[in-house]
Design a protein around this ligand. Structure first.
Ligand SMILES: Cc1ncc(COP(=O)(O)O)c(C=O)c1O
Length: 419
């Protein structure tokens, strides 16, 4: 049989992306070798749950059983490690499973310090699940200042979400890491709100960076997944053991979809950031709004820290991310009315997709947190959270303005007292 002659030999060796490459090149190529047999440029989805062995304990290839390892998961993990500047990455079935496995890796009796305004599900895990296996969590509204006095002999971990969900407060990661490392304590940063396209916590000294891949990394609101990236071989081996032992792993199809999604992460992050800055400026200029939380605004209390920690776009301008929140005049009724009146922004939980979303944290994502704790972290009933997608900014701005008018002005006419 004569083989067809092609310009590109079919046995083109895989071309691994190198750390010297810029983010966009890594996003497209890291963990994406050409198939050495067929030359396929895009990897196939390896659905097989089990892999043949030539003799007992001698698998033919690199794989035995899909919970332990799978080609699609391996490739996705390589890509995440490259994008987060880590030696290793691990993928999990959700962001929440990632959190759970890191907390499971701590011995009973361990103590954790966390920022106060973490994602509601993280708060739920810390307060209602971790405590059941003997791990206690202390929440701090001002971790940079309080960290040293909160450290106990049994403190093992510090948990940061920066920017936080939903108040977008920014933590000085390096400052907390410096204090933590003095006491031999590890620091985890939830980087879900910015994605590795904008912030790399490992470069700021963090020990583990975690993601709800469900959000920006996948970016298309059709996959539930999580990931962690890190440099320590010891922690990697422990988490990898738990990944297999607990089995909270993503399916090959989800790994494939999320890997496809992350190839455009840098483009989506840029567009979402520019839309968010535009909406934040519009809201800040409106007299129907009490306050706006967006790290890209000069008025944000930690704007300078955000500037220091976040990667700028190609023009050297801070990207800021696609997430913001604001307090609307007129209380909870105006906030609910705003969400009901937007036409392009969909009222829904989640964030980080190509489509713009709005939600009310007090009644949705953060409803499980007691009111006093919620309000102490700035999550009032009139706080609206906005996830800017990649639609045209001018349309998003018009949508926000018309919804604001309807929510606040019509509320006033109905006697809601939009003060
Ligand atoms: C900041 C943050 N971390 C973690 C999670 C949990 O991720 P998942 O929904 O993928 O379990 C979420 C979910 O919204 C989140 O917003």
């Amino acid at each position: 049989m004569t083989l067809p002659i092609t310009d590109h030999p079919i046995d083109t060796p895989p071309r691994p992306a190198s750390p010297v490459h810029q983010f966009g090149t890594l996003a497209v190529h890291a963990g994406s070798p050409h198939d050495p047999v067929t030359g396929a440029v895009i990897e196939s989805i390896s659905l097989s749950t089990t892999y043949a062995q030539s003799a007992v304990g001698k698998p033919i290839g690199d794989y035995e059983y899909t919970r332990s390892a799978n080609p699609n998961r391996d490739n996705f993990e390589k890509a995440i490690a490259a994008l987060e500047h880590g030696r290793y990455a691990l993928a999990f079935s959700s962001g929440s499973a990632t959190t759970a496995i890191i907390l499971q890796s701590l011995a009973a009796g361990s103590h954790v310090i966390s920022i106060s305004d973490v994602y509601g599900g993280t708060h739920r895990y810390f307060t209602q699940v971790a405590s059941a296996h003997g791990v206690q969590v202390t929440f701090s509204p001002n971790i940079e200042v309080e960290v040293t006095e909160l450290i106990r002999p049994e403190t093992r971990l510090i948990w940061i979400e920066s920017p936080s969900n939903p108040t977008l407060s920014v933590t000085d990661i390096r400052a907390v890491v410096t204090a933590a490392h003095t006491h031999g304590i590890k620091v985890v940063v939830d980087n879900t709100f910015l994605s590795p396209a904008i912030q790399n916590p490992l470069d700021l000294g963090a020990d583990i960076v975690v993601h709800s891949v469900t959000k920006y990394i996948n970016g298309h609101s059709d996959v539930l997944m999580g990931a962690a990236a890190l440099n320590s071989t010891e922690i990697y081996e422990r988490l990898r053991f738990l990944q297999n032992a607990i089995g909270a792993v993503p399916s090959p199809f989800d790994c494939w979809l999320a890997h496809r999604g992350l190839k455009t992460l840098h483009l989506r992050a840029r567009e979402a950031s520019s839309n968010a800055l535009r909406i934040a400026n519009t809201l800040e200029a409106s007299d129907l709004v009490i306050s706006v939380n967006y790290p890209g605004l000069k008025s944000h209390p930690q704007h300078m820290t955000a500037l220091k920690q976040q990667r700028p776009n190609k023009d050297g301008v801070m990207m800021g991310g696609g997430m913001l929140s604001f307090r609307i005049k007129g209380g909870q009724r105006a906030a609910e009315a705003f969400c009901a009146h937007t036409r392009i922004f969909t009222l829904a939980e989640s964030l980080g997709g190509v489509e713009s979303l709005v939600e009310l944290p007090s009644g949705m994502t953060h409803a499980g947190i007691p009111r006093d704790q919620r309000e102490a972290a700035g999550v009032y009933d009139d706080l609206v959270r906005v996830s800017c997608g990649i639609e045209d900014g001018v349309d998003l701005e018009r949508d926000v303005l018309q919804a604001l008018r309807k929510a606040v002005v019509s509320g006033k006419l109905n006697g809601n007292g939009a003060a």
